[in-house]
Design a protein around this ligand. Structure first.
Ligand SMILES: *[C@@H]1O[C@H](CO)[C@@H](O)[C@H](O)[C@H]1NC(C)=O
Ligand SMILES: [Cu+2]
Length: 229
């Protein structure tokens, strides 16, 4: 029963070319789907979030139990987030962290608590070409800064698909939140801190954009600067 359901999900994923991000990459290995990542509403439809002001823009888990286990890592480790397929659409990626006051389990992530630790932007060439290094990746790996304070964090990856982003609300956000317990951390002060939702209006030049014509001369990555520790 379970197997046939999973193969049906795989077929639907191929047909619609959407994707979810159900796994973390820990010590180079891909973890079981929804083990350390909060199950998202679209776990069987792969449909994106398009309203950047909605509550689901944070972790997309309003219709699921939103529970997951928490995996222990060290500050300075390279970890990642893995999709159930590939990042099929042209677009960019941002990875945000938020530190829970204590246990991350069941923590909502309210308030201006999120900071960006990684991004994959576009490559422009003065209007002659634009390319998308995140496109077709299956997973996104990134370093946790060595000075990241010890504690429990939500890890939120968003892959912003821009193929139909030329009208408001057209950009598609594929996102999920994992749970990590960071040990051996430092005394860095992560920032700038933003709220999610709240970080975007949807009118940013990197979100409301026609990527096809005219070819953009430049690309402005949405969100705050990356905190590198
Ligand atoms: C390109 O740069 C200009 C000038 O700074 C800016 O107004 C525009 O929004 C940028 N375009 C994109 C797609 O980021
Ligand atoms: Cu899609």
């Amino acid at each position: 029963m379970k197997t046939s359901f999973i193969s049906l999900v795989a077929l639907v994923a191929q047909a619609s070319a959407h994707y979810t991000f159900p796994s973390l990459i820990i010590k180079g290995g891909v973890t079981t789907a929804w083990e350390y990542v909060r199950e998202t509403n679209n776990f069987n439809t792969q449909a994106p979030v398009t309203d950047v002001t909605s509550a689901d823009f944070r972790c997309y888990d309003s219709a699921t139990s939103g529970t997951a286990q928490t995996v222990t890592v060290n500050a300075g480790d390279t970890i990642g987030v893995q999709s159930d397929g590939t990042i099929y659409h042209p677009g960019v990626v941002n990875v945000y962290l938020a530190k829970a006051p204590s246990s991350v389990s069941g923590w909502a992530g309210d308030g201006a608590v999120w900071f960006k630790v990684y991004q994959i932007s576009a490559v422009t060439n003065g209007g002659t070409s634009i390319s998308w290094p995140a496109q077709n990746l299956a997973g996104v790996s990134f370093p946790l800064p060595k000075s990241l304070p010890t504690g429990q964090y939500l890890v939120r990856l968003e892959a912003i698909a821009l193929h139909v982003a030329s009208t408001y609300g057209g950009a598609q956000f594929y996102l999920s939140c994992g749970q990590i317990n960071v040990q051996n951390g430092g005394s860095g002060k992560p920032g700038p801190l933003v709220a999610i939702p709240g970080v975007y209006t949807g009118y940013e030049p990197g979100i409301l954009i026609n990527i096809n014509y005219p070819i953009p001369k430049n690309y402005t990555q949405p969100g705050p600067a990356v905190w590198t520790g």
